[in-house]
Design a protein around this ligand. Structure first.
Ligand code: DLL
Length: 440
């Protein structure tokens, strides 16, 4: 007889599979994957040959620890398509996210990958409260960013009605919330708080809206932010995790118990490592999440270092899903910042600054949250010549820097030019970033 579960589940077979059966499936998929990348991706063939690994030697899941890691740097070195395992003829979609330098990280999907992505997003949307009856206001950005199209395809597969409103234009978001009766919203958590504030400012009672669930991710957030969102909108706020390199949103997602994000490990095999040593940490300990894409065809990745810090939560989830749960992302093991949902590396800003002769590459990035919106201030020293120049010259330089940074990272920043030799120098690592958002 079918078991009863407290909340709807999209794929009962996969999401509640007993652990031994799932392990067998994972091992089967891992073996296939290792041969697949060895035969098709020169990068992996070379790496495996160098370390003396033969695909046939993978006999158990624990053998994964002997495989090499893959990093964002590897994707950068093989930019744009060098890590693809299929010819471009078989790629039906390309997305990209910020790289550590000016070049984006490019990912390609076969039709099968799009189907997998839609499947895991349908699981995520349903575990976050979406049903066939839902009207989903999808306020993640559509474009190279994976948020918009990822949520769109998942919600459609599930059978909900999707409003592809994309990010921004808050007045229109509010109008649609009121008139179209959206009951689910998908956007970054910080944007949901901004939206709450604008709704209040407009004199609208949030309780008069039909909104019930929000599926929020793409940036770090905290339990206290969750409480604030849930109080102000008032809705159930669900955490969704993902990254473009692995597939986009839908790698892991909270259920309505809101106690950790179930990672869909029939597709994305997780490990938690010590970022310094690369060794596995003890069960339940904090470390860096490493993911192997068990089923991806376009750009399959072995042991990808996400740089995200989390832990696997112990115990079973009352929702009935057997996928392991990840704790909230606690931070990163590199210096990537997420500003209004956009990934920003200090190195990208530095690259812009060194090319502008009016400024010296002594800078500091200051991140604040003003009315729930992230504000990035770039404080940079002007050179001696410009310093003795007129105000007009300074203003023009400020604009030039802001424009060039916008071109590079796609978001607007506040530029503050300061006198030569006033940005604090450090004897060790320069302190480039001051994050005042207090997310941890
Ligand atoms: O942000 C994919 C996504 C879209 C996830 C919409 C969720 C919702 P990227 O632009 O490649 O992809 O950025 C990935 O964002 O490595 C994390 O550092 C961060 N991140 C994503 N989700 C969360 C979350 C998308 N729920 C990077 N909590 C990841 C904390 C998150 N950080």
């Amino acid at each position: 007889m079918a078991k009863d579960f407290p909340y709807p589940i999209w794929n009962i077979e996969m999401e509640t599979m007993d652990l031994e059966t799932r392990k067998t499936l994972q091992l089967y998929r891992l073996k296939e994957l290792v041969s697949y990348v060895y035969d098709r991706v020169p990068f992996y063939k070379k790496k495996f040959d160098e370390t003396g690994i033969k695909p046939a030697e993978i006999k158990s899941l624990s053998d994964i620890a002997g495989l090499p890691f893959t990093t964002k740097g590897d994707l950068r070195d093989n930019y744009p398509y060098g890590m693809f395992a299929v010819p471009l003829d078989d790629i039906v979609r390309i997305h990209a996210s910020s790289g550590t330098t000016g070049k984006p990280t490019v990912v390609g999907y076969t039709q099968e990958d799009i189907d997998t992505w839609s499947e895991v997003m349908a699981r995520s949307m349903m575990s976050g409260g979406t049903t066939r009856k839902s009207i989903v206001q999808n306020a993640y950005g559509y474009g190279l960013f994976t948020g918009g199209l990822g949520a769109h395809y998942g919600a459609e597969l599930l059978g909900a009605s999707v409003i592809p409103i994309s990010g921004g234009n808050t007045a229109r978001q509010i109008l649609v919330l009121q008139d179209f009766g959206s009951d689910v919203i998908t956007c970054t958590p910080s944007y949901s708080l901004y939206l709450a504030e604008e709704i209040e400012k407009a004199g609208i009672d949030p309780k008069s809206l039909k909104l019930r669930y929000g599926i929020f991710g793409a940036e770090p957030w905290t339990e206290s932010m969750r409480m604030e969102i849930e109080k102000r909108l008032p809705i159930k706020a669900i955490n969704i995790y993902g990254l473009s390199e692995i597939i986009g949103p839908g790698v892991a997602n909270e259920c309505q118990e809101q106690k950790g994000m179930h990672i869909y490990d029939d597709h994305f095999y997780p490990e938690i490592i010590n970022p310094e040593t690369g060794e596995h940490v003890q069960d339940g300990e904090l470390g860096e999440l490493v993911i192997t894409t068990l089923t991806k065809k376009g750009i399959p990745l072995i042991r990808y270092r996400t740089r995200d810090l989390t832990r696997i939560l112990p115990g079973d989830c009352p929702c009935g899903r057997t996928h392991p749960r990840l704790d909230r992302i606690m931070g990163r093991s590199d210096d990537m910042l997420i500003i209004r949902g956009v990934n920003v590396f200090p190195s990208q800003i530095e690259e812009v600054l060194v090319q502008i002769e009016e400024v010296a590459p002594h800078y500091q990035l200051i991140v604040d949250r003003d009315h729930n919106l992230d504000v990035l201030t770039v404080m940079v020293e002007v050179n001696d010549k410009l310093f003795s120049d007129e105000i007009k010259g300074l203003e023009a330089a400020e604009k030039k820097v802001a424009h060039a940074i916008h071109q590079m990272i796609g978001i607007s920043v506040v530029v503050k030019l300061v006198e030569p030799r006033t940005v604090a120098r450090s004897e060790g690592k320069a302190k480039r970033v001051i994050d005042n958002r207090k997310l941890n």
